[in-house]
Design a protein around this ligand. Structure first.
Ligand code: DIG
Ligand code: MN
Ligand code: MN
Length: 386
């Protein structure tokens, strides 16, 4: 037990599918036995987690009769109660069943689109029953390998129709829930619809109930696209749309590795934690899994590692904010304009004056912003020298 031992107040969560990942990959069979959801609850509670998330069929296999469904849910709820864990987020698995092989909400077959709606309404009912207030939509199969089907625009319309319908369903049921879209550029589909935070933000603006829909950005997914996760996170925060977050790690432009948080990109993880600590009060969800090489002991070392690294980086973020030299360099980096306030308030007189103003450009060209020194101090702080 030390200052970086996780506690429920840290709001760390894991999906049943994360620590329950059996180690299967496209080239190999599972290397680990499946975990009973109630065992997962007990183990996560033991490690200091706050909650657990789930897809519908992580707990209730598709096609389970109602009475058996209720028994499974009741047993899970007792485990949550006994171990003091909550379910902040739920979602639907619209990617495993082959029926979704060419999409769920964006399938060219309207019957599949209707089945996806039915499955999602039932998953939403389960999530609400378990106490979730965030419902995630990761469009794992919403995409294409070929465009000859001619549905690029129809797919977006069908996606919108489904989300608008589900927002209406949640409102009609009186559910206190927010929807969070989770972008990903590809995998398992060749090209995914809504591939990045930026594209999802634009799409949300076209919905009938945009106020109910936000984002669940994932570190690995933006990184797969060759983008900066801290920049994507800032865009979601700026838009008031950071409804949830999937933390993990990833080697850029690789398949989705869902690595332990901080395993690969420590500086990006550091600035991710800094943004979350300053601008987000929701669950810190680790949508990650242990390496296929690991046994069950390795799984729990993975889970503890995610949480400890987050807490270590949060402590470093506090040191960064308290470091006088770093703060002085950040202050000097920004220069006010002695002749005019920013942001400019438009007025014809202001525009006229600004058009007539002369700027002494050579010193502006020559000025050094001090970023090399600032970044070196950041590295030294992360290496424990500050
Ligand atoms: C994968 O990154 C996706 C699915 O695991 C799940 O639907 C979502 C929720 O975290 N993330
Ligand atoms: Mn992922
Ligand atoms: Mn995810």
């Amino acid at each position: 037990m030390d200052a970086f031992t996780p506690t429920p107040t840290d709001r760390f969560t894991f999906g049943l599918w994360t620590v329950g990942n059996p180690g299967r990959d496209p080239f190999g069979e599972p290397t680990r036995a499946p975990l009973d959801p109630t065992y997962t609850v007990a183990k996560l509670a033991e490690l200091g987690a706050y909650g657990v998330n789930l897809h519908d069929h992580d707990l209730v296999p598709d096609g389970t009769p109602a009475a058996e469904r209720d028994r499974i849910v009741g047993r899970f709820q007792r485990a949550l109660h006994d171990h003091g864990l909550v379910v902040p987020m739920a979602t639907t698995n619209l990617f495993t069943d082959p029926v979704f092989k060419d999409g769920a909400f964006t399938s060219a077959d309207a019957r599949v689109r209707h089945y996806a709606l039915q499955k999602t309404m039932r998953a939403l009912d389960l999530g609400i029953e378990l106490g979730a207030h965030t419902f995630v939509f990761w469009g794992g199969r919403e995409g294409a390998e070929v465009d000859a089907g001619g549905k690029l625009l129809d797919a977006l319309r069908w996606y919108r129709d489904a989300l608008d319908y589900l927002c209406e369903y949640a409102l009609d049921q009186g559910y206190e829930v927010r929807f969070a879209l989770e972008p990903k550029p590809n995998e398992p589909r060749g090209h995914a619809f809504l591939p990045t935070v930026g594209s999802a933000l634009g799409f949300i603006a076209t919905l009938a109930h945009p106020e109910m829909v936000g984002l669940n950005p994932e570190f690995a997914h933006e990184t797969m696209a060759g983008l900066s996760f801290p920049h994507a996170l800032a865009a979601a925060i700026d838009a008031g749309k950071l409804f949830h977050v999937d933390l993990n790690d990833q080697v850029m432009s690789r398949f989705d590795q869902d690595l332990r948080f901080g395993a690969e990109n420590l500086k990006s993880a550091f600035f991710t934690v800094m943004l979350l600590e300053e601008h987000y009060d929701g669950p810190r969800h680790f949508d990650a899994h242990a390496l296929r090489t690991e046994d069950e002991e390795g799984v729990w070392a993975f889970a503890l590692g995610c949480m400890r690294t987050y807490k270590l980086l949060a402590a470093k973020a506090a040191r960064f904010s308290a470091d006088e030299e770093i703060q002085a360099l950040q202050g000097a980096y920004r220069v006010d304009d002695p002749e005019a306030a920013w942001p400019p308030r438009y007025a014809a007189s202001h525009a006229e004056a600004l058009k007539g103003r002369s700027f002494d450009l050579p010193p502006l060209r020559e000025r050094g912003p001090g970023l090399e020194r600032l970044d070196q101090l950041t590295v030294e702080l992360l290496l424990g020298e500050r």
